[in-house]
Design a protein around this ligand. Structure first.
Ligand code: NAD
Length: 262
């Protein structure tokens, strides 16, 4: 257990997948949690409330679109007013789009850069002043193995995730003499709705079953041949939030079943 009682955690893109797993784990360790994201908001709120360990913990949601700086600013203000300024900021919202460079839609490029990269800059610049005032903070940016290595057809995603790791290092340097740390985590394949879409596309293209498509996807890149889970990643976030993580600064920590060891 990491004691986050009284701390406020903001997790972007936390109505589903990895973000929801992280939000639940932070709640289970005592934090107040502000969720963000689209889709089944009530379901996500219920799961995170269920994970709390004290009746005094606050759990709320803000629907800011992470591609819009003004909405991000509103969300940060709402967080400070309703729960308190964020002590733990997990930049997790992200989308994927797959196409060769010459067929990649410029609109999709802009959208992926905005959601997967620029939102991290906006939340961080807005969270840092109050973290500095309290001389404590944990910023965890959910990058990807695609922040470290590339795959074909993922130009915008790979560019954005490499950018997230660069931004993480700058933030870590600028906060190095404070109680604020900033790190990136780099998951390999995690079976979330984001990846399920790629499994379905692969099954359709190769006329195979979903199970064969899942195994095919894994065996190409991930030596463990097993998916990483949101719960595994949430434990890594929790570790980075703990006292033991206080001198981990500017890391890009992979949890990828061996993908980037190759
Ligand atoms: P997911 O699709 O399950 O969840 C994405 C979340 O982001 C959802 O809550 C969604 O509502 C939210 N979101 C999407 N667009 C948004 C927007 N404009 N504004 C606010 N919220 C928005 O995906 P996931 O697999 O859990 O991915 C989470 C993060 O992990 C992403 O940054 C992704 O790049 C990264 N990642 C995923 C994998 C994987 O294999 N699934 C691997 C490496 C990294």
């Amino acid at each position: 257990m990491t004691n986050l009682a009284g701390k406020v955690a903001l997790v972007t893109g936390s109505t589903s997948g990895i973000g929801l797993g992280i939000a639940r784990k932070l709640a289970a360790n005592g934090a107040h949690v502000l969720l963000n994201g689209f889709g089944d908001v009530d379901g996500a709120l219920a799961l995170v409330r269920e994970a709390t360990v004290s009746a005094s913990q606050k759990v709320a949601h803000h629907g800011a679109d992470m591609s819009r700086a003004a909405e991000i600013e509103q969300m940060m203000g709402y967080c400070a007013d309703a729960l308190g300024p964020a002590d733990v900021l997990v930049n997790n919202a992200g989308i994927q789009h797959v196409a060769p460079v010459e067929e990649f839609s410029p609109e999709k490029w802009d959208q992926i850069l905005a959601i997967n990269l620029s939102s991290t800059f906006h939340t961080t610049r807005l969270a840092l002043p109050s973290m500095r005032a309290r001389n404590w903070g944990r910023i965890v940016n959910v990058a990807s193995v695609h922040g470290l290595v590339a795959s074909a057809q993922k130009a915008a995603y790979v560019a954005a995730k490499h950018g997230v790791i660069g931004f993480t290092k700058v933030t870590a340097l600028e906060t190095a003499r404070t109680g604020i740390t900033c790190n990136a985590i780099c998951p390999g394949w995690v079976l979330t709705p984001l990846v399920q879409k790629q499994v379905e596309a692969r099954a359709a293209l190769q006329h195979t079953s979903l199970e064969d498509a899942r195994l095919g996807l894994l065996s190409e890149k991930q030596p463990s041949a097993e998916f990483v889970t949101p719960d595994d990643l949430a434990d890594l976030v929790l570790f980075l939030c703990s006292d033991a993580g206080r001198q981990i600064r500017g890391a890009a920590w992979n949890m990828d079943g061996g993908w980037t060891a190759q």
